[in-house]
Design a protein around this ligand. Structure first.
Ligand code: ADP
Ligand code: SF4
Length: 681
């Protein structure tokens, strides 16, 4: 199909300093959870975006020297000339598809641990370091440190140019930059010409940008990534800064600080959420401006460009969820865009020192390791047919990939609406965008002729044997336990039959809830606090109990924890931390401190327990017990995938479905280095 001419503007080239991008799609720098730990995996992930049509593709932070050691967080390095060869693979790969390659030079200053070198982290002044609980303080940089930093930044810029990059960044954002630490009065208490007035506090960054122009400006664009609200949390100073520096960078890449603010989840913000704060930048500068806002809709992108909010549509997460967004818009396939759901599972990769994962795009970071392409799948290897039981994320992804490969696929689900847990959970406060996990796959399945969808079809072992396709995939999910077994209680503390004990499944089924409600949450993710929000909004009195030291520890990795706790407090939810569930009767729940045995009894209308889940594997085990009957009805394999195999996050279920569908009739021995450990260099 041809492109809708309305979107032509998004495909106009634009000059950025000495280079020109072919279109307005710009993958801003974002981390990958791999970096130099797995350069091939990282490079292939970036290359995929260039292939998918992004005009500019950038790296994550590339440390400029050994004084900014981010380890154990994965990072790129341009410390020495020896680093050039490794990082050069990225621009080479990106150039193969006609895109420009950008590199984000970085010095994280107070955010560095320097744990390996054991040299003091650097800061404008002496201050406790950031991003760590260790009692480390920075060295207040003297003039020779400042000179050295400028030399190192200049040398790193030269290496970036040698490596083949077209756009080279100075980085002042996310609370992760020495330059923004110089800009902030809280960190910069210097009395010399680098401290005091804003003019003085921006001196170092101004000098560095001038150095970069001198060193590489003939052939590389000098970009500045600047968080507009980062200077003392004061947008007015951000404006003053842009006024003062307006024509110095070749490109303004502007956003919000810190990282959790820049990458807000869909629970807390909608597409285009940065506009209000960043819109002033384009009014001040004549240089091109790029910014972000979880853009997945071409109409929103177009509107931002047409209204003069930005020149280039920046994306990190949307480009992770769908590296082929530009090509899909270009080819009139807008309905096929796999939209980011704003869950930040991707960020949880970097923050747990692991390769990035994505709920919507199971192929991410497996492009090299397993040889997976986000759009292309190998054709079927036989004429076998497959029955997938369960239409949650695992079942739908499995069916979708199988159908794309050409297999005859049947999907059956007991419920009237297809979509499994995402269909149900997306009805909870703030999670509406999560329905995209089901909708994207159902839409894709409905376009294919080789798929039969059967909602409202609860299947038994006998039904499946009678159905008799060659392959049976059980994707029947999991059920929340009622007995309290989880991380803290390894044996039951509830009978499981108490009338006032509820699980999230009951809530999703629309059961009646009596107050006061006590939510006991060992799961530590979103569900407990989202349900708390729902129940408070329904007028119930809610106490939230966790054995952890903070509410929702998992959400620290998706960068929502702070906002979630603030929201619960705002809603008037009472929070009890460090308390373990001991038991409950009709009118009370008893809890015990996890450190002492001090007890707390709370009155109870309903107790909602989120401890752990049991796989719904009865069909699977039932079929395994009947394996002698398989041959007579033509069944070759029976498998289980997703939560019914091992309860986990939605991203894990999608990956499991994808993995199974790719592996059918595939000889794993002839491909994939997936059996090799990281790093893959
Ligand atoms: P996952 O996250 O692993 O994809 P979900 O819990 O989201 O799992 O989805 C499981 C789906 O399986 C649910 O929609 C449920 O209705 C369906 N299901 C469970 N048991 C049966 C069964 N016996 N027959 C048909 N569908 C089933
Ligand atoms: Fe979007 Fe979630 Fe994928 Fe991140 S993990 S890109 S937030 S869908």
């Amino acid at each position: 199909m041809a492109r809708d001419p309305r979107y032509d503007v998004l495909f106009e080239p634009l000059q950025i300093g000495p280079v020109t991008t072919k279109n307005r799609f710009y993958q801003v720098p974002h981390c990958s959870g791999t970096s130099d730990n797995a350069p091939d995996a990282n490079t292939r992930m970036r290359e995929m975006k260039a292939e998918g049509g992004w005009g500019v593709v950038c790296t994550e932070i590339a440390e400029i020297s050994n004084t900014t050691e981010f380890w154990p967080f994965p990072s790129l390095h341009l410390w020495t000339d020896a680093d050039v060869g490794r990082i050069a693979r990225m621009p080479e790969a990106v150039h193969r598809h006609g895109a420009l390659a950008g590199v984000e030079l970085g010095h994280v200053g107070l955010a560095a641990g320097n744990r390996a070198s054991r040299t003091p982290p650097l800061g404008p002044s002496s201050h406790l370091t950031l991003e760590s609980v260790e009692p480390f303080q920075s060295k207040a940089m003297d003039k020779s440190d400042i000179r050295l930093l400028r030399q190192q930044h200049r040398a790193a810029a030269r290496r970036a140019k040698e490596a083949g990059f077209d756009i080279v960044y100075a980085y002042a954002g996310h609370g992760l930059s020495i330059f923004s630490q110089f800009l902030q009065t809280a960190y910069n208490t210097r009395l010399d010409e680098y401290g005091g007035s804003l003019e003085n506090r921006m001196r170092l960054l101004r000098e560095v940008l001038q150095d970069m122009h001198e060193e590489i400006g003939d052939s590389c664009a000098v970009a500045l990534r600047f968080a507009v609200n980062e200077i003392d949390g004061d947008l007015a100073q951000g404006q003053e800064f842009v006024e003062a520096m307006k024509d110095l960078p070749d490109l303004w890449d502007v956003n919000l600080s810190d990282w959790p603010e820049d990458s807000q989840t869909s629970r807390f913000s909608k597409e285009g959420f940065q506009e209000e704060q960043i819109a002033f930048v384009k009014k001040i500068t004549n240089r091109p401006v790029v910014s972000v806002g979880r853009f997945t809709s071409p109409d929103t992108m177009l509107s931002q460009v047409k209204r003069g909010v930005l020149d280039l549509v920046g994306a990190a997460r949307p480009s992770i969820a769908d590296p082929f967004i530009p090509n899909k818009i270009d080819e009139g396939r807008v309905d096929e865009i796999r939209e980011c759901i704003g869950c930040n599972v991707c960020a949880s990769g970097e923050l747990s020192y692991a390769p990035m994962r994505c709920t919507q795009n199971p192929t991410v970071m497996d492009e090299y390791r397993r040889g997976w392409h986000p759009e292309n799948v190998p054709p079927k290897g036989s004429n076998d047919a497959v029955l997938v039981v369960g239409s949650g994320p695992a079942g739908l992804e499995c069916a979708n990939i199988l159908a794309k490969r050409g297999y005859e696929v049947t999907v059956a689900d007991a419920r009237e609406e297809l979509g499994g847990r995402v269909r149900r959970e997306a009805g909870l406060p703030g999670l509406s965008e999560w329905i995209r996990v089901a909708d994207y796959r159902l839409y894709a399945l409905q376009q294919l002729g080789n798929v039969s969808l059967y909602p409202a079809s609860p299947l038994s072992v006998a039904d499946i044997l009678e159905f008799g396709t060659q392959h049976i995939v059980i994707a029947t999910g999991a059920t929340w336990r009622r007995d309290g077994i989880g991380r803290w209680n390894l044996s039951p503390v509830l009978k499981g039959t108490e009338a006032n004990v509820l699980t999230p499944d009951d809530i999703l089924d629309g059961c009646e809830v009596n107050g006061p409600v006590v939510i006991y949450d060992e799961d530590g993710g979103y569900l407990g606090n989202v349900i708390a929000e729902k129940l408070v909004k329904e007028g119930l009195d809610v106490t939230f109990v966790t054995p952890a030291s903070e509410v929702a520890p998992y959400l620290a990795l998706t960068m929502e924890q702070h906002k979630v706790i603030a929201r619960l407090l705002d809603l008037g939810v009472r929070i009890e931390r460090l308390k373990r569930l001991k038991g409950a009767d009709n009118s009370n729940v008893s809890l015990a401190c996890v450190h002492s045995d001090e007890e707390l009894t709370l009155p109870l209308g309903s107790l909602l327990v989120l401890t752990s889940r049991s796989p719904n594997d009865e069909l699977y085990t039932g079929l395994m017990q009947r394996n002698e009957d398989w041959a007579s009805v033509g069944i070759k394999t029976v498998s289980r995938i997703g939560d019914c195999e091992a309860p986990s996050i939605i991203a894990a279920a999608v990956h499991a479905g994808h993995r199974w569908a790719r592996a059918l009739d595939d000889d794993a021995n002839v491909r994939t280095p997936a059996h090799l450990p990281m790093p893959l260099a």
